[in-house]
Design a protein around this ligand. Structure first.
Ligand code: NIG
Ligand code: FE
Length: 415
């Protein structure tokens, strides 16, 4: 099947160089083609270029061919959302109200709310129900332009429930047109282990991770290394347990304090270090030259009123930056990557171009898929969206809260 997009007002995030990520000053330039065409063959991008060259690609008369006129509309590679927790049992708006009344996120967590609250509800919920609810969230984010998503476990906390979550994610992979990566997350100490950290580490390292590896349920292993959660030493033991089974690490780091998580992540060659509100010169120096993608989660900082990650400093120092939604019931109950771009521009001083790289190619790198996703290049998977008629690509982050997406194409198929 061939799909031909014609008269595209502007084809955005074209990258003939097939870069795996974009860093520093280069983030401020996005390559585009005005008045363009793009050809999809089966699930891949076969060809693209200026409309005047479409004549040389002569597909007239083919049986299985479909043309879409994109006059006035722009075409983008789908967003890659490299950090979500979108398998969960229930929303947590009561905690949201508690926070409005003055309690902090950490106080709520200490009182058995937060992650432990989500864990209790998830442990009780049947696997089928979890799957169906999560599929609805997946469809919702697909319509907002996301074509690839990483989903974490971490609301199970027991071996049985963590496996249940990861099986749900595996079933989602089999039933969704989105590209999905699954991550086992060591998220918090259950109450009964709060004074017995070593016993829980033992369970994580000697029971959960080996079993998850045996069932091939996780692409990555992640740990919440922060004040009140896992220490540097504990986080390192968990990442190393994953590496032992050939599973690369990711890390939740420096959200609540200067936790040392960035350094632990870099030392263990984590694919990404995420959150990064508490980042200073030492963390920037550790990240420079590493293979760890600094990933900022503006939705969580916005929702919790956190201090903001120093994104400008990071990019100006030559680092790449990815942005992801952190879609989860406690700290970022939205997977809208258009809004994440808006926050990137409005709160972090990023240009629209920088947010485009941060939500496509750099976030694709942060989930290990930037060879095949995250930009418009020949041979990459045709995960794309066509916008409504818009005046320029900056109008997407400008129109915060709006959905300017008209048509979603995943794996070459119109959704
Ligand atoms: O990424 N920071 C750690 N974990 C999640 C929040 C989890 C929750 O509160 O349910 C996050 O923000
Ligand atoms: Fe998270």
């Amino acid at each position: 099947m061939r799909l031909i997009l014609e008269n595209i007002k502007e084809l955005v995030q074209v990258d003939p160089k097939h870069r795996l990520w974009v860093a520093g000053k280069s983030m401020s330039q996005v390559q585009t083609i005005k008045n363009a065409f793009l050809v999809v063959q089966d699930e891949l991008i076969e060809d693209f270029g200026p409309m005047e060259n479409i004549g040389s690609a002569d597909y007239e008369g083919e049986d299985l061919m479909m043309e879409i006129d994109c006059s006035g509309k722009m075409v983008f590679p789908s967003y890659c959302d490299s950090h979500t927790h979108l398998v969960f049992a229930a929303t947590r708006e009561l905690e949201f109200v508690d926070r409005i009344k003055g309690l902090t996120y950490e106080e709520i967590a200490r009182n058995g709310g937060g992650i432990l609250n989500s864990a209790k509800l998830l442990q009780e919920m049947p696997e089928d129900d979890l799957f169906h609810q999560a599929m609805i969230r997946l469809e919702e984010i697909a319509l907002m332009g996301t074509g690839a998503v990483e989903i974490k476990s971490g609301y199970g906390l027991t071996t049985e429930s963590e496996l249940k979550m990861l099986r749900v994610i595996r079933r989602m992979k089999q039933n969704s047109p989105l590209m999905i990566k699954s991550t086992f997350l060591a998220h918090a100490f259950p109450l009964e282990y709060c004074k017995k950290h070593d016993d829980y580490l033992d369970l994580l390292i000697n029971e959960m991770i080996p079993q998850i590896a045996e069932d091939e349920l996780a692409d990555f292993v992640d740990v919440f290394c922060d004040r009140g959660f896992f220490s540097m030493e504990e986080a390192e033991r968990i990442l190393m347990a994953g590496i032992k089974y050939g599973t690369r690490g990711k890390i939740h780091a420096n959200e609540l304090a200067n936790s040392g998580g960035v350094q632990v992540g870099v030392k263990n060659n984590a694919l990404s270090a995420d959150h990064l509100e508490f980042v200073d010169e030492a963390e920037i120096a550790a990240l420079l030259g590493s293979e760890t993608m600094p990933t900022v989660l503006p939705g969580a900082a916005f929702f919790l009123n956190l201090k903001l990650a120093p994104v400008r400093k990071m990019i100006d120092a030559g680092l790449p930056v990815a942005l992801a939604s952190d879609f989860n019931p406690g700290t970022s109950p939205s997977g809208n990557m258009n809004f994440i771009q808006s926050l990137g521009c409005l709160k972090y001083g990023m240009t629209p171009e920088e947010t485009i790289h941060a939500t496509t190619i750099n976030s694709a790198y942060a989930m290990g898929i930037s060879k095949n996703y995250g930009s418009i290049a020949k041979g990459k998977v045709a995960n794309l969206f066509i916008t409504k008629e818009i005046s320029s690509y900056a109008v997407i982050p400008y129109s915060f809260g709006s959905n300017l997406i008209d048509t979603v194409i995943l794996g070459g198929e119109i959704q």
